[in-house]
Design a protein around this ligand. Structure first.
Ligand SMILES: *Cc1c(COP(=O)(O)O)cnc(C)c1O
Ligand SMILES: [Zn+2]
Length: 434
């Protein structure tokens, strides 16, 4: 197996995960120029390891101004050490929440919610995008592009605007949540509503990047993986580098699953953590090719026609498949799938705890609950579940769940129409009193 890090001080390289060819850090190619394989970033080893590196990261917490205030660039040694300037809002520094109602629901006594909805555009995609757009600037890109189920395009639109670069985003028409589509428009991206699904959008944008020379900012972009690693690094830092037993996350295109695997691999190799948490990747039942493959030991690889209310993980042909298989294998991880009803139920519990998240995010908690019931996750396990996006990303599903679905779902909080009279207020208050 190739070494995990290059010599300290060397520039990073982009290494093809299929044929092993390497490309310089500042090559803007989206995939291997020899074989078309996906690229992995190999970083130079930090000049210090273990406790010395941890204290360096710790010393940068809460600094102002400058990019060390970012929850991504604080970990620059493990992201993109070669960048002298960063396109940063800043991002990251998201809270690790503990809520009794959610713990009781999942059946786990120590469950923390890493709420990535607190990022500047409301999803974890900002962590990868600050790095990808920084790279785009470093290579002299004149325009950036992505295909998206919504959050990637919202994030790219914002960071491109910040960098002063034109952005082109391709989304499946009629399949993107309202909060996300409107963000892309508001941040000024050229927005194409494609008559097709996400997988069509991804194919199109890859062709456009090869033929038209725009910088590809999709999750096949290896620099986004580097930025997304900091979800795990920051959560570990918040836990005093005492690794939890499980790290649960929703899984769609599998970029984030791959990123968590790489983060844990590197953190362990550098002596930042003594043991590696197990990954729990959770798919939506209607978009679960990875979970199906896990069930037969990854012997087969299939694609599906994806259908789920969790639009951020409505993906039938995940791009980062091989990287994610490695992440699951190396962490003794588990892949499972939960139904839309289970997702909506978990979301209603998370929302009603005052936390809130978008539907895809709730798959992580639904997955923990399911694996707890199956006895895979123990009641005493320490679990971190990643909430990937903000509750306002998908207002449409909230309207349907709380106001429109008939019969009303178990946790629907129907608004009550009244006359403009105090007596009506009183009547409602009394009927709700417990
Ligand atoms: C992108 C996204 C996911 C899925 O991440 P992948 O890397 O595609 O597996 C999950 N939740 C939200 C909110 C997202 O935006
Ligand atoms: Zn190659």
């Amino acid at each position: 197996m190739p070494d995990l890090f290059l010599a300290a001080g060397a520039p990073a390289v982009q290494r093809c995960e299929r044929c092993g060819a390497t490309w310089p850090e500042l090559d803007a190619t989206a995939t291997c120029r020899d074989c078309g394989g996906l690229l992995d970033i190999v970083l130079p080893a930090p000049s210090v390891h273990g406790a010395a590196l941890l204290s360096r990261f710790g010393g940068r917490c809460c600094t102002h101004p400058g990019s060390e205030a970012s929850g991504v660039w604080r970990f620059a040694e493990l992201v993109m050490p070669g960048a002298a300037a960063h396109v940063t809002h800043p991002e990251g520094n998201t809270p690790l929440l503990q809520r009794r109602a959610v713990q009781a629901y999942a059946g786990v006594a120590d469950l923390r919610l890493k709420h990535e909805g607190h990022n500047p555009t409301g999803s974890f995609k900002d962590r990868g995008m600050t790095v990808a757009v920084t790279h785009a600037v470093r290579v002299g890109a004149t325009a950036v592009a992505c295909a998206s189920t919504g959050n990637t395009s919202a994030s790219l639109a914002s960071y491109a605007a910040h960098a002063g670069l034109p952005a082109l985003v391709l989304v499946p028409r009629g399949q993107v949540a309202m909060g996300k589509l409107t963000q892309s428009l508001a941040y000024g991206a050229t927005t194409l509503l494609v008559d097709g699904d996400f997988d069509d959008c991804l194919r199109l944008v890859r062709e456009a990047s090869t033929e038209l020379g725009v910088y590809l900012a999709n999750s096949v972009n290896p620099w986004r993986v580097e930025g997304q690693k900091t979800i795990a690094l920051e959560a570990l830092q918040q836990l005093g580098w005492d690794a939890p037993d499980w790290l649960a996350l929703p899984a769609g295109n599998l970029g984030n699953t791959a990123a968590m695997g790489k983060a844990l691999r590197e953190a362990h190799a550098l002596g930042l953590i003594a043991r590696v948490p197990r990954l729990l990747a959770v798919q939506a039942a209607g978009a679960a090719p990875f979970a199906a493959s896990f069930a037969d030991g990854f012997a087969t690889r299939t694609t599906v026609r994806a259908e789920t209310i969790a639009t951020a993980i409505r993906i039938g042909a995940p791009a980062s498949w091989d990287r994610a298989v490695r992440a699951i294998r190396e962490t003794n991880g588990v892949v499972t799938a939960v139904t839309d009803d289970e997702i909506l139920d978990a979301k209603a519990v998370i929302d009603a705890a005052g936390v809130g998240c978008e539907p895809a995010s709730a798959a992580s908690v639904a997955g923990v609950r399911k694996m707890r019931e199956a006895g895979v996750v123990g009641a005493e396990a320490r679990v971190v579940a990643i909430l990937t996006g903000h509750v306002l990303k998908d207002p449409g599903i909230l309207v349907r769940y709380h106001q429109e679905m008939d019969p009303a779902p178990p946790r629907a909080n129907r608004p009550v129409e009244i006359a403009a009279k105090l007596a009506d207020v009183e009547r409602v208050l009394k009927s709700r009193a417990r």
